[in-house]
Design a protein around this ligand. Structure first.
Ligand SMILES: *Cc1c(COP(=O)(O)O)cnc(C)c1O
Length: 364
């Protein structure tokens, strides 16, 4: 048996006809950018996130970057981000001119450890980006408390956590703004690149709406030196189809994660810990193992394909050499990089595939 890391086939089979209808609808309207599809999706997605406003943008990186820009982040400022995340979180900060400052994660949840945020705060700190990594919400009560105490802005990185809840409330509804990615492999995925910002702040929403369209408030009038980062009508139409099924999609991911949680019993494997009062959406199911590379090779020998999130921590990436953070400085992020392995998990994964993965791991 072969088990891919991810497969879109079950979704294409189930939603394919509706996606084709969405394509035909857009084609028949001959309107491709900033139209009804965009508005309709924005309305439904802000409702889904329990926020007042949603602004469709080109991708998740821009969603974060434009949020930070709109909040006034600039050169000389510092933004605290987790040391274990996808590079987009850091680049969003860099593109505003500000500097990313890393706070170490909790080794068991993989998420930023709120107690490490305080130690990273300086006079230059203006904002925190809590990342709900792998689909698990951060401990937002503590993050909110610290932000309030030090007067810091919060931009949530929800790129991996569409629909996850913390104390019954959706992620994305806690901070000043939140960035989502609809990259095809995300829990809510377009058929190409797309993203969105959600916020409850009208002024901020208006500013982001201008910033993503050349800084324009009305046609050929530019109040900011903005970007071009609009959500295509065709992607908005596809996303509206998928949004109808997002709970079904997330529940299916939970079914698979629960099977892994309950049945992986090999003492060499550490399964992910979930904090109290939160419901994750399992964008990634990451286990840890001291013999990670051997496990990866063993599984691929059996036809089971895995991934690493992420093989090189941000502070050791070539492009962030200028930060001057040496190996050994962020030991928890480095340990996660050295030991984490992401198991196959995708909508429609078959029971026999799940069982095959579990048995293989328990026999390792
Ligand atoms: C995917 C991702 C992003 C960026 O999204 P894109 O749509 O690829 O630009 C940002 N942060 C995290 C944590 C991500 O996983």
């Amino acid at each position: 048996m072969k088990v891919p890391f991810v497969s879109f086939l079950p979704m294409e089979k189930e939603f394919g006809d509706e996606l084709k209808n969405a394509f035909n609808r857009v084609l028949s309207k001959s309107w491709y950018i900033e139209g009804d599809e965009d508005k309709n999706f924005e309305k439904n997605f802000s409702e889904y996130c329990e926020t007042n406003y949603c602004i469709g943008v080109g991708n998740g990186l821009d969603a974060l970057m434009l949020s930070l820009k709109a909040l006034g982040l600039k050169s000389g400022d510092e933004v605290i981000i987790p040391s274990n995340t996808f590079i987009a979180t850091a680049l969003a900060v860099t593109y505003t001119g500000a500097t990313p400052v890393f706070a170490e994660p909790d080794i068991n949840t993989f998420n930023i450890n709120p107690t490490n945020i305080k130690g990273a705060i300086t006079e230059k700190t203006k904002a925190i980006i809590p990342v709900h990594l792998y689909g698990q919400p951060c401990d937002m009560d503590i993050v909110l408390k610290i932000a309030k105490e030090y007067n810091l802005k919060i931009v949530e990185d929800c790129a991996q956590a569409h629909g996850a809840t913390y104390k019954g409330k959706k992620v994305g509804s806690f901070g000043d703004a939140a960035g989502f990615s609809f990259y095809p492999g995300k829990n809510l995925g377009a058929l190409g690149d797309a993203g969105a910002v959600v916020t409850n702040n009208k002024e901020l929403a208006d500013k982001i709406r201008a910033l993503k369209n050349y800084g324009s408030d009305y046609k050929y009038h530019h109040i900011y030196k903005g970007n071009n980062s609009r959500l295509d009508e065709i992607q908005a139409a596809f996303l509206s189809v998928k949004l109808k099924y997002i709970e079904k999609i997330n529940n299916d991911r939970r079914r698979i994660a629960n099977r892994y949680n309950e049945n992986i019993t090999n003492p060499k494997i550490i399964t992910p810990k979930v904090i109290n009062d939160c419901i994750p959406v399992w964008h990634v199911y990451g286990i840890r193992c001291n013999e990670r590379d051997e496990l990866e090779e063993y599984l691929s020998g059996k036809g089971i394909y895995t991934n690493k999130h992420y093989p090189i921590p941000l502070h050791l990436q070539e492009c962030y050499k200028d930060l001057g953070i040496s190996k050994g400085s962020l030991p928890i992020a480095e340990k996660i990089s050295d030991t984490e392995l992401s198991l196959p998990l995708y909508y429609g994964m078959k029971e026999e595939e799940i069982a095959f993965v579990i048995d293989a791991i328990n026999e390792f």
